[in-house]
Design a protein around this ligand. Sequence first.
Ligand code: NOJ
Length: 499
Amino acid sequence: MALTPESASTTPLHNPSNFSAALGLPYLGDYPRTYTHEGGFPAGFVWGSGTAAYQIEGAWNEGGRGPSIWDDFSGAGGPAHEAMVKVGAIAGGGGNHSGAVACDHYHRYREDVQLMASLGLRHYRFSLSWPRILPNGTLAGGVNEEGAAFYDALIDALIAAKIEPFVTLYHWDLPSALQTAASPGWLSAGTVRHFEDFARLCFERWGGKVRRWVTFNEPWTFTAPGKPYADVRTGPYLAGHNVLLAHAAAVRAFRETAAASGGAIGITNNIDWREPLTAAPEDVAAAERAREWWLAWFCDPIWRGDYPPSMRASLGERLPTFTPSELESLQGLNHYGSSFVVAQPNGKHYGKHYGEGNGESYWRDYEALALHSEEMKEEAAASAWLYSVPWGLRKLLSWVKRRYGNPPLYVTENGWSTPGNDSASSAQVADGSRVRFLANYTSELRRAIYEDGVDVRGYYAWSLLDNFEWEMGYSERFGLVYTDYATQRRHPKASARWL
Ligand code: NOJ
C-alpha cells in the first residue's frame, strides 16, 4: 500500500490481530480491488435517487420565498460569491449565480417527474425549503401558501407517476431571519422551537401522502467543520446539541400527528470510513475516536442515550448535557469516501479547508489525521475529498450494526462527481467512472446485507441531476442526469440507465 509522503515511515496495516478483527469487521487489512457485480438484493429493497431544495429549485425570490443563509453566503454580494466566481465554481450568464436558478426545478418539476418516470425511478428523496414555506422562518411570520402549494403539486405529481416521495425537512437552507445577532441559527434555542413548528406544519400538510421522513441531513457537516464560531471551544458542540434537540422535538411532533400512522421518521447522518493506517494501538484508537467524533456524536444520543464516552471525557463541560429521549429507529447514512487515520494528538487536524487556523476547534479536539493511499488516489473524483473506496461502505455498515444493534438502515446518499466544465458530449454522458463507483459500492452493500447480516432496506444514489454543489458551485457534477445550465436541458447519463 503506497501512502502519501507525510506518512511514508508508518507500517502498513496487514496484521491479522488488527482492529477489524477485534471488532469483527470485514477485511483484515486486505482490501478487495475488483468486483464481479453479481447477485440480487432482497425483495422490496428500495432503489432511489435524491436531491435537495437549494441545490435544484432556483426561483430564489419567486412565489413568496424568503431568503436563506445560502442566498446570503453565495448570492451576489454574499461573502463567498466573488471568490466562487474567481475559481470558476459558479456558472456565468443567465443570472445563474449561487442557487438562484440552479436546475430551475421550481418551474420544471413536472418534466423532472416525467424524466424520473422514464428512467424507471420508483423512490425519490428531496427536501422542503423552509424559507419557501415560512419566509421568515416562523409560524408567526405567516405561511407562504404559494410555496406550500408548490410542494402539494410536486408530491401529487410524484404519486401520480408511482414514485414514492421521501422527504427531508432540513437540507441546510436555514431562513436568513433565523441567522442574526439576536438569533444565531443553530446556536439559538429559538431555532429549535421554530424548527419544531415547521416540522409539525409539514407533517400536518403532507403526512397523509408522505410516509418516509428525515428531519436533518448531515448534522455533522453543518455544525462541525470550519464554521466561524465566535467561541470555537463550544460552538460546534452547542450547535450539534440544538440540532439533536430539534430532531427529538420533530419526532415527538410526528407522533402527535396522523403522519405517524403507517409512516416512519429518522435522521440522515454522514461519515467517511476511517481505517487505522497501522496496527499500532494509538492509530487503532485514533480511527475509532474519529468515527465516534463524527458519526457517533449524532447517533449515540439517539440510539444509546448519551454522547460517546470519548467525547465526554475530552470535552468535559464544553459538551452540553443531553436528556435522553427514546427516538425513532429509521437511520439514514450518507457515505462517499474513506481514508486511513493516524493518531495526531497535537498536530495538524485535518486539512486546510476545515478550520485550520481556528485555534482550538473541533479538529483539534478530534486528534486524528486522515490520509489517502496512492491506491485510493487511483480513482479520484472531481471533488477533492472523494476517492472510490467501496470496501469502506461495507466496514461502515458493519460498524453501525454492531454499535447500534442492527437498526434498519437506508443509504440515503452515495455518489460520484465529475468535472463541472464537461459538456453534454457523449463522453460526459458515458460516465464510466460513476457507473464503476455505483456498481462497486453496491457490490459491497450486497455483501454487507448477505454476508454480515446488516439490515439495509434501501439505497439512494446522489444525485438525480447535476446541481449546485454548495461552496463548489457548479464546478462539480454529481448527477445521474446531465444538466445543461444554459438551456436547462437534461441528458440522462449511462449511470442513470445502469441504476
Ligand atoms: C452530501 C450532501 O447532503 C449533498 O447536498 C451534497 O451535494 C453531497 N454530499 C455531495 O457533496
